[in-house]
Design a protein around this ligand. Sequence first.
Ligand code: FES
Ligand code: FES
Length: 196
Amino acid sequence: MECRDRLKRGLPWIECVALLTARRTSWVGQAFSRHGPGSTLMQFTINGRAFEADVDIRTSLLDLCREHLGLTGAKKGCDHGQCGACTILLDGRRANACLALAVAHDGAELTTVEGLAAGDDLHPLQAAFIEHDAFQCGYCTPGQLCSAVGMLAEAEAEGVALDAAEIRERMSGNLCRCGAYPNIVAAIRAVESKKA
Ligand code: FES
Ligand code: FES
């Protein structure tokens, strides 16, 4: 059984670990090579661009983006699903990329903070974060932005009205050590109010 199938079926991925070493990745159309039994070929669409990877099956989506694609917007804070700095959109839903094994999401569509803007036009949330001074050091900001994009979509789909308390609750998985929470909430509320 392929390691990918083991993971998808919930079998212990540790069974595969001994086989593995780091592998190459490539954008579709570029040179590609496979180096051994511990890797598996995966395909993704990342920020609208097709990508295929032959990487160690222990690779998280966060490491795939940061270490193999040079998409360093999503940050590694805790690497344990505790801080939200690594938040990306996975098939349109927000997810902690540090906890998601790439091999378990073969074929997925990913959006990182690099994919939010349309060229020079910032995403409304990005513009609102600037307008409302919703960051200080900025380390948490990529995760806050992706989480907010996902959260607004969730609330709309659920028909939930977003007051400040609801936003704080729904954004509680994204920590900010600089304590920019009031301005983050204000920025999200500003975007939400324009949508209404
Ligand atoms: S780095 Fe993923 S939740 Fe902290
Ligand atoms: S702006 Fe510094 S951690 Fe949030």
